[in-house]
Write a protein that binds this ligand. Structure first.
Ligand code: SF4
Length: 283
């Protein structure tokens, strides 16, 4: 599958965005340039993915999809934060143009968690509803989440949420120390040892629910065309850019290296500290 970039503009501002400053200094491609990119992609492959930034911010997107379809594209994927999909008429227009599937970014199992990552208040509400609207319009939908220090303990809840919203699969990928995340590693990047038990719990739950969830690029063959990959990153990426989620060979003690508070807090104390964190994200 070939990626076609719609430019780096986005209506989210994720703290881990690998594209970082590209948004500011790379001009957005013209309509003609994207059409040329579509044609070049289809000379190499019959499957393509529109990627960003956020491709739905480009008004030409339905026309680009129709252009790709008219040239014989056999599979067209949209990599999106899903916010504009909240509008049923927009989903219908994408479907009518020839779009097959959406890969939607879901960064938390609650509104507070998702919006914390996207730095865009209200984005969860639109993304979750957008995922449902896309399904209702007849589009295939898969979800992808970037695993950070602030959501790794909630990977099982993310599995439940993605399934309840109608996603066909969920991909979990570690935040990379590139783009915006390069300057915020301590805040964003979790220790793989701490993530492992939660990842294992999430994958076990997914199996019980008969739902496809996987880490990094371990997608089953039939699901690979739902995931377009990381795309272009801000140049001068840090050397340890290849940070990956892996299950441990032997089970580590959960949280063995965590610094713990001297006493456990009660549920109501935690709710007072993190209002909204425990809300049911599927509502
Ligand atoms: S990670 Fe995706 S949704 Fe978030 S700011 Fe970057 S392009 Fe936008």
């Amino acid at each position: 599958m070939r990626p076609v970039s719609a430019g780096f503009c986005c209506n989210n501002a994720c703290g881990f965005c690998s594209q970082g400053a590209l948004r500011a200094f790379r001009p957005r491609p013209s309509d003609a340039a994207v059409r040329c990119a579509v044609e070049a992609a289809l000379r190499e492959d019959r499957e393509l993915a529109f990627v960003g930034g956020e491709p739905t911010l480009r008004e030409e997107l339905p026309a680009w999809i129709a252009h790709a379809k008219s040239l014989g594209a056999s599979w067209i994927l949209l990599q999106t934060n899903g916010r504009r999909l909240v509008y049923p008429g927009y989903c219908a227009a994408l479907k009518a143009a020839g779009l097959d599937a959406c890969e939607v970014a879901l960064q938390g199992s609650t509104a507070a968690m998702h919006d914390y990552h996207t730095e865009a208040p209200g984005s969860f509400r639109q993304t979750a509803a957008g995922l449902r609207q896309a399904r209702a319009a007849g589009l295939e939908v898969c979800a992808g989440a970037v695993v950070t220090r602030s959501n790794f303990r909630h990977l099982p809840e993310l599995v439940r949420l993605a399934k309840s919203l109608g996603a066909r699969a969920l991909r979990l990928a570690a935040a990379r120390p590139v783009g915006r995340a390069a300057a915020a590693r301590d805040r964003l990047l979790p220790s793989p040892e701490l993530v492992a038990p939660f990842l294992e719990a999430a994958l076990t739950l997914a199996r019980k629910l008969d739902f496809a969830a996987f880490a990094e690029d371990a997608a089953p063959r039939e699901l690979r065309r739902f995931f377009a990959g990381l795309g272009e990153c801000e140049p001068a990426a840090a050397p340890q850019a290849e940070r990956r989620l892996e299950l441990p060979a032997s089970k580590p003690k959960p949280g063995a290296r965590e610094v713990r508070a001297p006493r456990k807090r009660t549920g109501s104390e935690l709710k007072a500290i993190f209002p909204g964190l425990f809300e049911d994200g599927a509502r």
